[in-house]
Ligand binder design. Structure first.
Ligand code: SF4
Length: 678
């Protein structure tokens, strides 16, 4: 939890490659063609191969699709494409038995494998539970035996939202239920001495997904014979930047924990687009070298025990399995409430030179616009950096030009003398503390706890260990508290943002200090995609764990792109909903309508419905379950046919695709959830 060490897992074979153990983290994608369409499937596999995809999954809805894998595989191998193939199975044990003959890995969903019948979720007696599990076992065992004979590995792929009635009745639709569903199947495998397993615990809610994987490791490492590899993914992440941000946050948070051996980024786009995003996410972690003989990091289980007091050194400063926002005090910057129960705020840096008053003024207004609407996605604080006292005149000129808007302007400096002056002039002032710089102990005595400015102390972390910034800032926090300072923030600028903030929270918690935190991240990436991924991982991970009161990014993105990225990160962590939440699946061979086009059309009409969750799912088989907590659902139910859902209830069954978006809008209006776009 405090520095990177990869969990050491059993190496599992995928035909010509392997994953887990000392292998690099592998990147997988999935075709969205119909598996019976050999030409289209082969062509898409070829494109994925050319994009560098290391594992390709194909959907197998029925036995004939399973049979056709033979032909697809033969054509690919004939063309020299030896990428391992995975058969994706839902429901059909018969399809699985056929598919296992033609692939390197088979994915089963414990929520629906051998589990066609709908059972009431209103309680199972112990006997009923045991009998149903026995029935599942009998249907599953032949697959296990055949996979073992053939040397085919298996992914036990649990999805939040498609758990069996049996599991839901006992554990609820929860991370605990997801874990138990997977463990039931894993125990059956181990009873047959079949150990070529890996797990996944996907959810469209990033926080649920992170918690479920952690919980699995915590439970499985105590119960199962091996530490099996993990396949990471956020399901129904959507498209565009939102899909990339959510995937990077969920997958990256776990990679930062040292968990994960293969990943898939699910986008409602051409699957080829998933591959570069996947490689951009794993690059940093694959560049670390696991030293032979070193067994990765301590299992999360040990961390939990230490949280209870066994080894406090390892204790994470938050609950890794349940979301709780860190308690912080409310601090007002002018009239903007931060910390406490306020949603996390957004702060961005003005890049224009202060000497260019017109340019700086334009940029401040651009970042705050439209200032009048608190609901609009915008930066609520903008930050300007001052180097010398001569620049105070320029700041005054800018403030005069901005008038009332200047209450949103925060200033920063590295100069202690200038900092003291600024506390009387600005609403928020930040002191950047360089590593190795010693602060004059008398410096705090000179500050006035009642000055108009809220104070921020930011440690610029470059070379030292990840503990150092926390130790320095916690000492400072104690002194400020002793002197009665109420309006204080802390932050760290580091390339190990996740770990240094965890250290900081631990130190502050230990001292009972509840000043709010600004989560700062400066991206050095040149490419847009790398910027989005780095920022999402380094800051999104913290917000998913309840850490952070203001998000402050510095990137090379254009102004609107940077603010959108902040909003996407906070929305992905579900800490601040500033627009409609779309939960859309990537589509696969079960999709019989134009999913990408429909998604674009729905987004165009409904993106202004702040906080509403809309599921857009490719098929009626898995869609309704997997759109999880969506308020409304648009689900493919056949060739050019759509079913519309309100919550979990299907209210319009199998209507023509033409006009379905209008009908969806009608349903939203009928339920009083519609507002007109501005
Ligand atoms: S929900 Fe989407 S990705 Fe999942 S099986 Fe259905 S069409 Fe395929």
């Amino acid at each position: 939890m405090y520095h990177y060490r990869r969990r050491f897992t059993r190496e599992v074979s995928f035909g010509p490659i392997a994953l887990g153990g000392y292998q690099p983290i592998r990147v997988e994608s999935m075709t969205n063609t119909h598996t019976m369409d050999t030409a289209a499937s082969v062509e898409q596999c070829r494109k994925l191969y050319e994009a560098g995809c290391e594992i390709i999954r194909l959907t197998v809805p029925a036995e004939r699709d399973a049979e056709n894998l033979r032909e697809i595989r033969a054509q690919l191998r004939r063309d020299g494409i030896d990428t391992p193939l995975v058969a994706d199975i839902h429901f059909s044990a018969r399809a699985a038995m056929k598919a296992v003959e033609h692939v390197e890995n088979i994915r089963i969903n414990p929520g629906n494998y051998a589990n066609r019948k709908k059972f009431s979720s209103e309680g199972y007696t112990d006997d009923e539970y045991r009998m149903e599990l026995e029935k599942v076992r009998n249907e599953f065992l032949p697959l296990v035996r055949r996979a073992k004979e053939l040397g085919v590995s298996m992914r036990i792929g649990t999805n939040h939202g498609s758990l069996s009635d049996r599991i839901v009745s006992r554990y609820g639709n929860s991370p605990e239920g997801m874990v138990e569903a997977a463990l039931e199947f894993a125990r059956i495998c181990e009873e047959s001495s079949y150990y070529d397993l890996l797990f996944s615990m996907k959810a469209s809610n990033v926080r649920v997904m992170i918690q479920a994987y952690r919980l699995l490791v915590e439970k499985a490492d105590g119960q199962l014979r091996h530490a099996y590899p993990l396949h990471l993914g956020v399901t129904e992440a959507g498209d565009g930047d939102e899909g990339r941000v959510k995937s990077a946050m969920g997958i990256g948070a776990l990679l930062e924990d040292g968990l994960g051996d293969t990943i898939r980024v699910s986008l409602t786009e051409d699957p080829v687009n998933e591959v570069p995003v996947g490689f951009a996410i794993v690059k940093k972690y694959n560049d670390y070298h696991l030293v032979k003989g070193e067994r990765g990091h301590l299992p999360v289980k040990h961390v939990v025990e230490s949280r209870l007091g066994t080894t406090p050194e390892q204790a994470p400063p938050f609950d890794p399995f349940r979301y709780n926002r860190r308690r912080s005090k409310t601090v007002f910057v002018a009239d903007i409430g931060t910390g406490g129960d306020n949603v996390p705020r957004i702060e961005t840096d003005v890049s224009a030179d202060l000497a260019d008053t017109d340019g700086a003024c334009r940029e401040v207004l651009q970042r705050l616009a439209p200032e009048k609407s608190m609901d609009a996605i915008r930066s609520e604080l903008v930050s300007l950096h001052l180097r010398s006292e001569e620049e105070l005149v320029l700041l005054d000129a800018l403030s005069a030009r901005l008038g009332d808007v200047s209450r949103h302007v925060a200033v920063s400096t590295e100069n202690i003398e200038l900092f003291s002056v600024l506390t009387e002039k600005a609403f928020k002032v930040r002191l950047d503390i360089r590593e190795g710089e010693s602060l004059d102990p008398g410096f705090i005595a000179k500050l006035d706890p009642l000055s108009p400015a809220a104070l921020e102390f930011c440690f610029i972390h470059e070379q030292t260990g990840e503990r150092v910034p926390a130790a320095v800032l916690a000492r400072l926090a104690e002194k400020l508290r002793e002197r009665g300072f109420d309006r204080v923030f802390f932050s760290i600028r580091s390339c190990s943002t996740v770990y240094v903030y965890r250290h900081l929270v631990r130190e502050l918690n230990a001292k009972g200090i509840d000043y709010p935190l600004v989560v700062r991240f400066r991206s050095t990436a040149a490419e847009r995609l790398d910027t989005i991924i780095e920022a999402s991982i380094q800051t999104g991970t913290l917000f998913c764990d309840g850490i952070g009161d203001i998000l402050a990014l510095e990137t090379a993105l254009p102004v609107s792109g940077e603010i959108d990225l902040c909003a996407n990160i906070l929305q992905g962590a579900r800490t601040r909903m500033s627009k409609t939440e779309f939960i859309s699946c990537p589509g696969c061979g079960r999709t019989y309508f134009e999913l990408e086009k429909a998604t674009a059309a729905i987004k165009q009409r409904l993106s202004h419905l702040k906080g509403l969750k809309i599921g857009i799912m490719g098929c009626i088989v898995n869609g309704p379950g997997e759109m999880a907590d969506a308020d409304f659902g648009y689900v493919g139910s056949g060739k050019g046919r759509i079913s519309l859902y309100v919550g979990k209830d299907c209210v319009e069954d199998n209507i023509p695709e033409t006009g379905a978006v209008e009908r969806l809008i009608g349903l939203i209006k009928e339920r009083d959830r519609w507002v007109d776009p501005e």
